[in-house]
Design a protein around this ligand. Structure first.
Ligand SMILES: *Cc1c(COP(=O)(O)O)cnc(C)c1O
Length: 475
């Protein structure tokens, strides 16, 4: 299996070659040359598989340059019950992504049982083990530089902690994350993890990462890498739980299932799109956004109009607060018939701060063939949904999952299970739950007292040169 760029101007590469990198040299995102397809016979066999077997069956079609015995070992180590241990009472950690039935035809797929209580662990934990394997084999090392306002940074740190040949330098806005998020990251004592609190806001931290990455000489000399949301390995890992969720909520492979996905950068729902292209009987993919509704606008109108920083709202589902949806480019590549020249034209506009309209050329007329529908929600909807789910089913959900459930309601159909992806546990967003329910959510036993643990971090000015010096001094 080779990987090509959405902009059509980069040489095809293998899975291991693209794993550690970010964008393709032409500025595009990598996708497989063709999607592997599972036949009815394949699906019948897969129905009986546990999570690790499913993951191997799917990922071995993508990571064809990793020997199967090695891939199986990496997958077995990643998707283990002791890693995804934060399950609800009555659920089994060995399911990795257990399903919770709310009522007939309505389910939650729990993706947030990993170390940082958000779905990003599903892919990031695999990436940590794959990085270590590929770097060991090549005798290379990497210094991961990132900026975070919460979820991505902690998930990356918990995936990379203690891994050989990997260091993580994670910039975050000083005193701007929740106490829980801060404690989660800063309490890590691993020698290969460096938390840098920047005196400024998230955009200042992000700008430093961009400036360092644009210094190509520095980047090459100091082996700077990233684990951002466009990484293909992350998207590939996320495909697996759509299969798991499908089999868990159906009895036979003639049935269809709809998935509702709380969305920001379009990474999660892009994996659903690929699962559907691979033959999984998905009826609808519901793209659920919060007030940052650039994706909802596209799926309603055909117009993709990324927002400026000033038009990007801070909401109570903060991990979906995006101005543009980076992985969206992968779906549009399929929608325009994998036409690299067309993609260069469209993203030429986006990269200059503009918009595009896919009614032109008739592309938007074909959107129905891909199963996508969408909707958005706001703070009042989230509060109402959290209260309703608590009263009706005795279950506490977080604000992101509430966005997914609220939008899903409009697209339920008789005979088609609606599976809402649970992208974080409520314990991560105590303040919002307190506001909705009048009491704090329950916290997993092993995370009680997290804020009281000793913290390890450096506070620094928003100064590119100082950050570069810090990296040099610590490698
Ligand atoms: C990252 C994140 C999302 C959005 O996922 P995308 O892949 O960026 O669309 C939703 N919910 C939570 C809790 C997240 O951390």
């Amino acid at each position: 299996m080779k990987y090509i760029s959405t902009r059509g101007n980069s040489p095809a590469q293998t899975f291991s070659e693209i794993l550690l990198g970010g964008l393709a040299p032409d500025g595009g995102l990598y996708l497989p040359e063709t999607y592997p397809h599972f036949s009815e016979t394949d699906l019948a066999a897969m129905r009986e598989m546990n999570y690790r077997e499913l993951a191997f069956t799917i990922l071995s079609r993508f990571a064809t340059d990793i020997p199967v015995a090695d891939l199986r070992r990496i997958i077995d180590k990643t998707y283990a019950a002791d890693v995804y241990c934060h399950v609800r009472e009555g659920q089994s950690p060995d399911d990795i992504t257990p399903t919770l039935k709310l009522e007939d035809g309505l389910f939650l797929l729990s993706l947030s049982n990993g170390p940082t209580l958000a779905f990003k662990d599903m892919a990031m934990q695999l990436l940590g083990n794959l990085f270590e394997y590929v770097l060991d084999k090549a005798g290379r090392e990497i210094n991961i530089l990132g900026a975070t306002s919460g979820d991505t940074g902690s998930s990356a740190e918990y995936a990379m902690r203690g891994k050989h040949n990997v260091r993580v330098f994670m910039l975050s806005p000083h005193q701007k994350m929740s106490r829980f998020q801060t404690a989660q990251m800063f309490s890590l004592q691993d020698e290969n993890i460096f938390n840098i609190a920047i005196k400024g806001v998230f955009d200042d931290a992000q700008d430093i990462v961009k400036a360092v990455s644009n210094d190509h000489a520095f980047k090459a000399q100091h082996k700077i890498g990233a684990v951002n949301s466009i990484n293909w390995g992350r998207v590939a890992a996320q495909i697996v739980y759509y299969f798991k969720g499908y089999f868990a909520t159906t009895r036979s492979n003639d049935e269809q299932v709809s998935f509702s996905v709380p969305s920001g950068n379009f990474g999660n729902v892009c994996a659903g799109h690929i699962a559907r292209m691979m033959g999984l009987p998905i009826r609808k993919l519901v793209v659920a956004t919060n007030e940052n509704d650039v994706l909802d606008e596209f799926f309603r109108t055909g117009i993709y109009r990324p927002r400026s920083a000033a038009q990007t709202y801070h909401t109570s589902s903060p991990s979906m607060d995006i101005s543009k949806a980076s992985n969206f480019e992968r779906f549009v590549f399929d929608l325009v018939g994998r036409d690299g020249a067309k993609m260069r034209e469209l993203w030429g506009k986006v990269d200059q701060g503009g918009a595009f309209d896919l009614n032109e050329g008739g592309y938007f007329d074909m959107i129905g063939d891909y199963g996508f529908v969408s909707g958005s929600s706001n703070h009042a909807h989230r509060m109402k949904t959290i209260r309703w789910v608590n009263e009706q089913y005795g279950v506490t959900i977080d604000t992101h999952t509430a966005d997914g459930l609220k939008v899903a309601a409009a697209f339920r159909e008789p005979g088609v299970p609606m599976v809402v992806l649970e992208t974080a546990l409520p314990a991560k967003f105590e303040e919002a739950i307190q506001e909705a329910l009048g009491h704090a959510p329950e916290r997993p036993e092993d995370l009680k007292g997290l804020e009281d643990l000793p913290q390890r971090f450096d506070v620094m000015d928003a100064d590119v040169d100082a950050i570069k010096r810090f990296i040099v001094d610590h490698t």
